[in-house]
Design a protein around this ligand. Sequence first.
Ligand SMILES: Cc1cc2nc3c(=O)[nH]c(=O)nc-3n(C[C@H](O)[C@H](O)[C@H](O)COP(=O)(O)OP(=O)(O)OC[C@H]3O[C@@H](n4cnc5c(N)ncnc54)[C@H](O)[C@@H]3O)c2cc1C
Length: 414
Amino acid sequence: MADKNVLIIGGGVAGLSAAVELADLDIQVELVEKSNFLGGHAIGYACKAIHNTCVKCGACMVEEKLQSAVSHPNIKILTGSQVQNISKNHRFSASIRQEFLYIDPQKCTNCGLCFDRCPVDRAILQGFSKSNHPFFAVNKERCLYFKDQSCTICKDECPETAIDLDKKASEHTIEADAVLIATGFQPFNSKDKPYGYGRFKNVVTGLDMERMIKRTGCVKKSSDNKTPEQIAFIQCVGSRDAKLNHLWCSKVCCGSALRMARLIKERQPETEITFFYMDVQTFGKDFEQFYRETREDIRMIRTIPGDFYEMDDQRLKVNFVNNLTHETMEEIFDLVVLSVGITPCEDIGTLSRMFKIGPDEFGFLKTDDKDMSVSKNGVFTAGTVQGAMSIPETIAGAGSAAWKIVKYFDGLKR
Ligand SMILES: Cc1cc2nc3c(=O)[nH]c(=O)nc-3n(C[C@H](O)[C@H](O)[C@H](O)COP(=O)(O)OP(=O)(O)OC[C@H]3O[C@@H](n4cnc5c(N)ncnc54)[C@H](O)[C@@H]3O)c2cc1C
């Protein structure tokens, strides 16, 4: 199959896994990733092994796929890039725009001086995996140079002269025999629920927590950087919510939040954790034992709180109805974690129009067969662009999409 090539859109675990499967079969892959870093959401997740025992959260699998993809000779990667338009005449012809490559990967040594010296928080972004090179990127949204040209510290101090803040976007064309859409999901926007996210400092999302634990190994309150004594996890934020017309279960949040809660309990045993839930989505064959042990450490309350209030000391007052006694209760927590669900990715409308694939009733990319792959005219999908799924499910689905592409190529020969 050395004469065939595939364009993969999206460099999360779905895109990376499919890329490696195809590249191992000697198929050339061009992987186009919109952001500065590969790995999607899951590259920011922490390993949640408890007492050094794996709890199968899947986080390490993403790093593995990323390492294999970046070192594979049959995979060409374009970060900071997007497909502008695509046409098909026997083969696909996609015009790609590459932006934001202000740090030259050929020159950068990942010394981190740009990150250390930058005066503005988050104007230089840091990746989560050293397999991403460069490990740093300029964030145009926050960089002072892009605001009023008042700062060039990163450029001036880079010992390798790797930073060019005037670098222009480049455009080029990729020809491909098949396209795989693996553009993933976007987390539910917690500001759409009355939980004070973005207003109350000590209300964070599950994703914020993942990244905090991955970077620092522990959990601190955003208000004063002290260890929280009481943490509340609130499940189903943006999932199974008729008012939002989000009727689907995001499937991964219970497992992710429970594993995280247990990890916090192991590292910070003095922290009391309360878990507010509707019902618990099971995961894997070890679930029963995991859940039994979890309930010894974590207080489980089967209800979803109504309102939160921020107190003068920035702790949160949480109101809820006790499902057993039907009493209205009020409790105070140092930190509240919102388990945000999986919603269709930002570009779903554009992709749907570009590839003429209708979104399904929930807004994910419509699939046309039981094992969830759209194979219309050489266009395939994989991962959470299809709907909520875990990392192992995403990897399995990406493998299956890769095999469908191979079958499609076989069909073209006949
Ligand atoms: C709070 C939370 C916790 C979770 N915890 C776990 C867990 O513990 N275990 C587990 O198994 N699963 C977990 N998951 C699920 C896990 O995040 C997904 O299974 C996984 O990220 C899916 O990978 P993906 O590649 O489909 O999507 P993504 O991770 O979203 O990656 C998609 C990639 O495509 C890129 N992209 C988007 N649009 C474009 C475009 N137009 N052009 C080019 N590139 C584009 C994005 O920048 C991104 O890099 C969790 C999910 C959430 C919300």
